[in-house]
Design a protein around this ligand. Structure first.
Ligand code: FES
Ligand SMILES: [Fe+2]
Length: 437
């Protein structure tokens, strides 16, 4: 099976602040002053994409059948059975496209989702784009320092507007040049002479709810009236529940220096990667022999919160000095339901964002942060990243092997090892409750 390693590409060279086609002869229709955003939503705008995500051409009756099938699959797992007796979810949860459609609808298009880090929008004019299911989004910082997020779709004929990441003074559509401010207002529409009943104030970019917690950028893709702003003071509680204080007092904060990003495309369902993360170090001595000497695996402990589980482990007697320096005397691994992981160990913090691409494919984005006192130690950084890369490659092989096993007719569901797989069971129960509501 193909194993693809995508090298870092998110922090591309910064673009000039000058609009890309300012000198184009047709770039001359201006609405002058920026206006407030008052976009028209599609009358049925609703990011519940059951039918459109799973099968854009399907009829509504087949969409309902798909939904029914997915709901039937949800009930094949019983969260009431105690961990010691429970069966894991059936393999259909990891293989059926209809199940993924239900997950987008109920899990990813509800509540706060981590999408990136503040480093990506450090300066005014910085932006980054992304996709979750069929939602294309762009996050940016305007000239006043305010952070915005929008659907990354031009209001003229639906072209994607921005791509990648970088620095801009406005968004110029690559198709016919309609131009939007960083606050989403439509500033210029080219060659619209003769148009009638067109109100520029109604054609700004469609806003999304955005928030920042520590070094992380969050989006909420629910169909929320745009005037309803995020309650920034409450984000920690809304996103992390009662674990928010534990994380911030254990070194998960904005004081660390950003180092780099690594992206991996993995041929497995997004939950296979999460499950692998949530097995309480069970696989470490077998699959990461280099790592296991740096951790006291018998000290692993798991605490579950509303939507978060935290696994902790003491550092052990690492074989090499570098390994000990990298892992430190304590490691904390926080899983933020549904798809975000924060790993804090020694001077390092890395985050893993798991994005479903299809029922058997996901992308995992790693962002690395380091104690500011070490950010100039290039040799240490390089060695640490190499060690981390080796662990990721070992995990990718495991996850792709599990996906193939899940697709085999020989397997339906398995069992939990109660002393170590509590966080995994917690994840499956959260998902069940999320999908039935
Ligand atoms: S689609 Fe954007 S300007 Fe035409
Ligand atoms: Fe692993």
């Amino acid at each position: 099976m193909a194993m693809t390693l995508v090298k870092p590409n998110s922090f591309q060279p910064l673009e000039s602040k000058k609009p890309r086609n300012q000198n184009h002869p047709f770039f001359n229709s201006s609405f002058g002053q920026r206006r407030s955003i008052n976009p028209i939503f599609k009358s049925s705008y609703n990011p519940s994409f059951i039918s459109s995500y799973s099968s854009p051409s399907s009829s509504s009756s087949s969409s309902l059948e798909t939904l029914d099938e997915a709901r039937r699959l949800v009930h094949q797992f019983d969260p009431k059975i105690p961990l010691e007796e429970a069966l894991t979810p059936p393999s259909s949860w990891y293989t059926q496209p209809s199940f993924l459609s239900l997950e987008f609808d109920r899990v990813f298009f509800q509540g706060w989702q981590a999408v990136g880090c503040t480093e990506q929008i450090k300066e005014s004019g910085n932006f980054f784009t992304g996709r979750l299911g069929n939602v294309e989004y762009v996050v940016c910082r305007d000239d006043n320092g305010n952070v915005h997020a929008f659907h990354n779709v031009c209001r003229h004929h639906a072209s994607l507007l921005a791509s990648g990441s970088g620095l801009l003074s406005c968004f110029v559509c690559p198709y016919h040049g309609w131009t939007y401010g960083l606050d989403g207002a439509l500033l210029k529409a080219t060659r619209i002479t003769g148009i009638r009943n067109f109100n520029v104030n109604e054609f700004g970019l469609i806003p999304l709810k955005v928030a920042i917690w520590g070094p992380f950028v969050l989006l909420n893709l629910e169909d929320i009236p745009p005037q309803q702003a995020a309650d920034v003071n409450n984000i920690g509680k809304e996103w992390l529940g009662s674990s928010s204080e534990i994380l911030s007092t254990n070194g998960v904060d904005s004081s660390l220096s950003y180092i780099c990003r690594r992206e991996y495309t993995i041929e497995c369902n997004w939950k296979v990667f999460c499950d692998n993360y949530l097995d309480g170090g069970y696989h470490v001595p077998y699959a990461h022999k280099g790592l296991s000497s740096g951790l006291k695996l018998e000290s692993y402990s798991t605490t579950t919160f509303e939507k978060v589980s935290i696994q902790q482990c003491d550092g052990g007697s690492a074989e090499t000095e570098n390994e000990y320096e990298r892992l430190g005397s304590k490691a904390l691994y926080a899983f933020i339901y549904p798809n975000f992981m924060i790993n804090r160990y020694g001077p390092w913090m890395d985050t893993n964002l798991v994005l479903p691409i299809g029922s058997r494919k996901c992308q995992v984005i790693f962002d690395y942060f380091l104690d500011a006192s070490l950010k100039e130690d290039k040799a240490f950084i390089e060695r640490s990243l190499e060690d981390s890369e080796r662990v990721q490659m070992e995990d990718i092989i495991l996850c792709e092997g599990v996906q193939r096993g899940l697709e085999s007719p020989a397997y339906c569901s398995g069992r939990y090892a109660p002393s170590v797989e509590k966080a995994m069971h917690h994840f499956h129960c959260l998902l069940y409750h999320n999908l039935i509501n």
